[in-house]
Design a protein. Structure first.
Length: 236
């Protein structure tokens, strides 16, 4: 049991739903009536490097697990994935394993009891659980239970034009106040400070959240609370 969970955890964020419970009850024997195929849904495209990691992990699991279980991957890139997942959830026909967003995006699915908590499984294997750094499960923990396994670490960068910076005697900012100053200087000289392809809203949100988190680590929680208060006021 530990072996196959670790293999799947290399590539998958959230363990999901009824079929996984059945697998957990298999032991050395197959459970009658349990499906032998688990579906894994992901938003990655063919060009995403992590798809190779998924495919390798799934291949290894399918060829080595002793439970007679196979994982079938279904990839739906981009915003289509959100619609497809929401539709499947509403129709009570979800995948068994899936990519999922953490924090506020995950909570509605937890509240609707659509995600299976994996705390007990992880607590039985401290060596596996302790491989992760402190705090990494904070955004996938609800009601004291862990619902998600972090899959990748993403580096988000900002490029700057050296010629423009040299022309206006600017240096790459290291603090918030320095960044604000760069923006003011560029704006004063009629230069757009930032350019970003944000056709998908999450791209812009990612940068905004990173900046907000470094200025005030509690800013996102405060913003969420303000939004909830506004929603309640609008009802009355």
């Amino acid at each position: 049991m530990k072996k196959w969970l670790k293999v799947v955890a290399l590539a998958i964020l959230v363990v999901f739903s009824f079929s996984v419970v059945l697998v957990g009850q298999m032991g050395e024997k197959k459970v009658q009536g349990a499906t032998n195929e688990l579906t894994f849904w992901s938003w990655v495209s063919d060009s995403d490097t992590i798809k190779q990691v998924y495919e390798q992990a799934i291949k290894e699991f399918n060829s080595t697990n002793k439970y007679g279980v196979k994982i079938k991957a279904v990839y739906t890139p981009g915003e289509q994935y959100k619609t497809k997942l929401q539709t499947a959830m509403a129709a009570n026909n979800p995948p068994d394993i899936l990519n999922m967003w953490a924090a506020g995006k995950m909570k509605p699915y937890v509240d609707a009891k659509r995600l299976f908590p994996i705390s007990d499984i992880m607590n039985k294997d401290p060596q596996w659980k302790n491989r992760y750094v402190n705090g990494v499960f904070d955004l996938t923990t609800f009601g004291g239970k862990i619902y998600g396994i972090p899959q990748i670490r993403v580096a988000t960068v900002i490029y700057y034009n050296k010629q423009i910076f040299a022309k206006y005697k600017l240096t790459p900012p290291k603090t918030w106040s320095e960044l604000v100053n760069v923006i003011k200087v560029l704006t004063k000289n009629k230069i757009i400070p930032f350019a970003l392809d944000a056709r998908d809203p999450w791209i812009l949100a990612m940068y905004a959240e990173y900046i907000a988190n470094r200025i005030d680590p509690d800013s996102l929680q405060k913003s969420s609370k303000r939004s909830k208060r506004m929603d309640r006021q609008s009802v009355y």
